[in-house]
Design a protein around this ligand. Structure first.
Ligand code: 1GP
Length: 230
């Protein structure tokens, strides 16, 4: 299946994010993947063997699309269905804009995996996020709509085919509706929203504001039995 086409053809997709570094029972993985449309795989510090191992386990548990959302160049598996090739558009540190992408390029090419260019926009979620820690770059304030929107447009002009508004894993405040709305009306590629979403209401608000994919990690990692409520 072509994952980009699948995303373009569907509305209101639910992606569950699973970190290869965190231990999880088969039951927990089953509950989360059954409820989701897409399974995102990634974390801030996982390595290739952890990623390969999780993909292998998930293949035995689910037939949902497995999409790599790598936090570093080593998080790769040729057995996944697609890879989000992300560039952190809110950093001014070249390492996270292009350096890590160069480091990953040859192995991604060798893996023959569908690769989707994605602009990754870090928004202030009220807590220092691991993206902020790892990249050493500040998030954009939720009130700075002008810069957030211009960043998303710049991403599209650079050829990104997905835009991800990220409040950071475990954010105290998810991306606000007015931020999602402003970006949605400025771009015409699928919009992903994640970070700090813990309730079906918050997820619904993100969809109403214009999110095409909502990502939930933390909350369902802790409460996998709640996955079917989303
Ligand atoms: C993190 O946006 C994702 O990259 C998900 O965030 O873990 O807070 O759900 P949570």
């Amino acid at each position: 299946m072509n994952i980009e086409q699948y995303i373009l053809q569907h509305k209101r997709l639910f992606a569950v994010l699973i970190d290869p570094e965190k231990t999880a029972t088969d039951d927990s993985l089953k509950l989360r993947t059954e409820a989701a449309d897409l399974v995102f795989i990634g974390g801030s510090t996982a390595n290739r063997s952890m990623t390969e191992h999780l993909v292998q386990r998930l293949k035995d548990i689910t037939d949902k699309p497995l999409v790599l959302f790598p936090g570093n160049p080593s998080q790769l598996s040729s057995r996944a269905d697609a890879l989000l090739f992300l560039s952190l558009l809110t950093t001014r540190n070249a390492e996270h804009l292009i350096g890590q992408q160069i480091a990953a390029a040859k192995s991604i090419q060798a893996a023959h995996i569908e690769t989707i260019p994605m602009g990754y926009i870090l928004i202030d979620g009220g807590r220092v996020s691991s993206v902020e820690r790892v990249s050493g770059s500040s998030p954009l304030p939720q009130t700075d709509l002008e810069t957030i929107v211009s960043t998303a447009i710049a991403g599209c002009l650079l050829g990104k085919r997905l835009i991800y508004l990220e409040a950071g894993s475990g954010a105290a405040v998810p991306v606000r509706q007015e931020v999602i709305q402003a970006v949605r009306s400025a771009i015409n590629v699928p919009l992903i929203v994640g970070g700090g979403i813990c309730t079906p209401e918050q997820m619904n608000q993100a969809y109403i504001a214009g999110a095409d994919i909502v990502v939930i990690g933390n909350h369902l990692e802790k409460h996998p039995e709640q996955a079917r409520l989303f």
